[in-house]
Design a protein around this ligand. Structure first.
Ligand code: ASP
Ligand code: MG
Length: 404
């Protein structure tokens, strides 16, 4: 049986009119002899509204009850989709997580799918029906309702595609796909036809918000081919797939950047084993996400300088934690707000020498100063002044021929 999973995000099912459009898209997909399983998120805004209600009741709302309430948005959208499909003559019914069932493990509010029973759904598919399954929810071993992390209906779709060995999983959303860089920054940004899981992970955690990063990781581990496309226009989107399926023509696949980072430098840190751990321990305990970290070599063997970045909103807290940290000694602290991390990403750079040089040269020619550099196998990131992001993105987009 050839199965495709179609997943619809909140804006795609955001109104009655949108749901009617979604039913048409589903109907189109049933025409090519493939069996269709649909996964839907809640109508946009509904989940937020439900969360607001829990806060009005108590700021200590029981997590298990939170999941019962917050998962209800998906029940509504799935019933509406199914109702519309029946209206246009397509046999369909909705399935809540517990009815499938979809088993999860872990804490309430952030459970993970570990198993999906297939029997009832397969029987229904064989009878010619289109099952509409609620994203974002499941049940645990105690038979209690659970939800995945926010945005988790992507994960539901990927795991359903995995367990049903679907040929592909189409994520319908409000953008046309993944772009070489943020289209709001340059009109020259191009839709990417194919991108590897690894590149997509880099792109998404760096700001190209198309899919939840944890779901991309699920897709990668389970080798699920994911198509991202728009439910608003009928145009091909972007395929997220394994590296082997990607043509080697392009060295760089995309450019991503952050917009609200701060750089913190500790000068004259006493250099002894464990000092970096002592610096970052209180930050991690306070959920402050530390990103780029660079430590200088210690020229006198006693002291070193350490630079790292955090989000702008975490700066004040970070400063306080560092100043109050009795376990570390340093001479002074420099803080620079409004820096941006700019990254070029591409599996092509593994086999192509000179990419780093080309990036640095293109930035230099545009008089853009690099403050910090870090690299991985498929990514080179630099920290620059936020004001120069636009110029830098244009320069690199041109340098690596992404406009073609
Ligand atoms: N409705 C859930 C949320 O808003 C799940 C999702 O949209 O993927 O987080
Ligand atoms: Mg969503």
């Amino acid at each position: 049986m050839k199965i495709v999973v179609l997943k619809f995000g909140g804006t795609s099912v955001g109104s009655i009119n949108r749901i009617k459009k979604v039913a048409d898209i589903i109907s189109r997909n049933t025409k090519n002899k493939k069996k269709v399983i649909v996964v839907s998120s809640a109508m946009s805004g509904v989940t937020n509204e439900l969360i607001r209600k829990t806060r009005q009741i108590s700021n200590n709302f029981e997590p298990s009850e939170y999941d019962v309430l917050v998962s209800s948005g998906e029940q509504m959208s799935c019933a509406l989709i199914s109702g519309r499909l029946n209206h246009i003559g397509i046999k369909s019914r909705s399935w809540l997580g517990w009815q499938v069932p979809i088993f999860t493990e872990g804490d309430y509010k952030k459970s993970r799918i570990v198993n999906i029973f297939k029997k009832k759904i397969l029987k229904y598919l064989n009878s010619g029906g289109v099952p509409i399954i609620t994203g974002f929810q499941g049940i645990n071993h105690q038979n209690r309702l659970t939800t995945l992390e926010r945005g988790g209906s992507d994960a539901s779709a990927i795991m359903i595609a995995k367990f049903f060995k679907a040929e592909k999983c189409i994520i319908y959303t409000d953008v046309e796909g993944v772009y070489t860089t943020d289209p709001n920054y340059t009109k020259k940004a191009k839709k990417i036809k194919k991108i590897s899981y690894e590149e997509m992970l880099e792109m998404s955690s760096l700001g190209a918000k198309v899919m939840q990063p944890a779901s991309i990781q699920d897709a990668r581990l389970n080798r699920v081919n994911v198509h991202v496309q728009s439910s608003f226009v009928n145009k091909p989107g972007t395929l997220i797939t394994k590296r082997k399926n990607i043509s080697k023509e392009k060295i760089i696949t995309g450019i991503s950047f952050t917009k609200n980072d701060s750089k913190i430098t500790l000068i004259g840190v006493v250099d002894k084993p464990g000092v970096a751990a002592s610096i970052f321990e209180p930050l991690s305990k306070n959920f402050i996400n530390v990103d780029m970290v660079v430590q200088n070599i210690s020229s006198n063997g006693k002291e070193t300088d350490l630079t790292f970045t955090v989000k702008n909103e975490d700066v004040t807290k970070t400063e306080r934690l560092l100043k109050n940290n009795k376990k570390i000694k340093f001479k002074s602290m420099l803080i620079k707000k409004n820096v941006s991390k700019l990254s070029i990403i591409g599996v092509g750079m593994i086999t192509t020498p000179g990419v780093t040089y080309r990036m640095f040269k293109a930035l230099a020619e545009n008089k853009i100063n690099i403050q910090v550099i870090s690299t991985s196998e498929i990514k080179i990131s630099v920290l620059i002044d936020k004001k120069l992001i636009n110029k830098a993105v244009h320069a690199l987009h041109r340098e690596f021929n992404l406009e073609k």
